[in-house]
Each structure stands twice: as C-alpha cells, then as structure tokens.
Ligand binder design. Sequence first.
Ligand code: PDD
Length: 283
Amino acid sequence: MSRIVYVNGSFLPEEEAKVSVFDRGFLFADGVYEVTTVLGGKLIDFDGHAARLERSLGELEMESPVSRAELLDIHRELVARNDLAEGLIYLQVTRGAADRDFAFPEGAMPTVVLFTQAVPVIDRPSALNGIKVISIPDLRWGRRDIKTVQLLYPSMGKMAAKKAGADDAWMVEDGFVTEGTSNNAWIVKDGKLITRHLGTEILHGITRAAVLRLAEEAQMTVEERPFTLAEARAADEAFVTSASAFVTPVVEIDGQPLGEGRPGPLARRLREIYIDDSRAKAI
Ligand code: PDD
C-alpha cells in the first residue's frame, strides 16, 4: 500500500512525490530534519521537536517555511491520511533548489517533506533484550547540536557495528563518549544516572530532556557530564534515548557484557515511566 507523503503544500501518493535534482539537500546536505513518534495515533513531544527544528533552521540562517501551528496540522493530517497508529513521522526542510553554488542562494524556496513510517515502537526486541554497542571515533563535524541531514558518518558507524555483530556504535572523542549514532548515551553507576552535558558536541535530544525531567521527578540522582569509555565499560547499566528507541538498554560494549549482561532495572523503569508519561501527554 502506497503512503501519502507531504511535499511543499501537497499530500501525494509516494510515487508522485518529487523534489528537484538541484535541491541543496541533495547537493550539499543543506537541510535539517526531525523524527517525531506516533503512539495511539498521537504525537509525542511535538513542541520539543518543533522548537528544535526552529533552532536548527535559525543556526543555518534559514527561515521557518511553516508556522508551528501549520506544522502540527500537517503532522496530524499525515497521521490521519495514513491511518497511522504507531510509528514515526520524518520531517525534512532543505534550503531548496538553486543552481549549484557553495554560497547560500538568495530567495530559494525551502523544500518541506514529511512522510510516515509504520514501525512498532513499544514492542521491540531491542527493548526487551537490550542492544550491543561498539565504540568508534567521533569523526563528525563540530556542530552536532544542529540536526542536519549529514548522516553519512553515523550510517558508516551503524554498518561497522553490524559487521562486528553489534547493533549500534557509541562515538568517542578525546576519550569521552559523545553519543550513539542516532541516540543519546547514558550510563548508571552506583544508582546515579550519567549523561553528557549539552554543547555543540551532541544533539540536544528531546527524549534525553524528557528522561532527565522524569528521572528527577522520580528522585533519581543525575549527573550531566562527560564520561569515558572506561567508565562506561565499568558501569552497572547503560542505555540510549531517542524518539524512536525511547529508553533502550545497552547490554554489551565492545564485546564485553555490561554489568550482568541483561537490561538493568533503572533502564527498564525509566522506559516504563517514559512511555506512560508520553502516552498521557501525546497530542
Ligand atoms: N535520531 N543524537 C543523535 C545523533 C540523533 O540522531 C538522535 C535522534 C538523538 C536523540 O534525539 P531525540 O531524542 O530528539 O530523538 C541523539 C533520530 C531518532 C533519527 O535520526 O532517526
């Protein structure tokens, strides 16, 4: 069954949805994106994703092509037209089509594309069994706080993990873990949650922010600071957070089981709390 996709103001069958070969997203990776989760036909943390999109666009001197209210309407219309109960909405905004030139073109019309992915987000084997990660050097550019579509290195990291029989890669810079290829990294030591502080080195995860808030509400101790790979290997538990993974336990790092080699109690509890809270607040 063909999906209905949104392209620049129109809802079209995916076969008819097209963008220009001159689009700067295609030629320069000159674009930003968001992934919002749909649960029970409703959007999780829409405002957080919309705010980060506005920030990403601002950092790249792009105007927001649609207002936040219009964006919400488009998301909801796409959920309705695709009858999506559970899955993801991918949104991409590029600077638009212009003759190839490194300088930003003046007056280009941004390209706006949204599509749905009907995938299970609650019942995933990774949530039950945990994931295995390998470590790789973080070779991405220096503005990882902007959610750009330059995803080749994360994609290579995921492939390196697959080839090593693992599920994902944690990236390391100057001895410290930055984040996963498409998620934020957390460890647990002596009951304390540790996740890297915000900065230009990592994406400011919307799920990370929600989990920080929920952990504090549940009286858990949290430290926002860099942690080394050695600390991660010696941790009691580890997990990742993202819009699609929610809270997913990590059970192995570089072939070494973590703690007891099973999803840890704090990761499991945070996943439950996060899902309950998201269901309650979804719009
Ligand atoms: N990835 N760090 C990176 C590098 C990411 O790509 C993502 C999200 C996150 C988590 O952010 P959030 O909690 O806002 O989803 C952290 C999305 C899900 C993706 O690329 O599919």
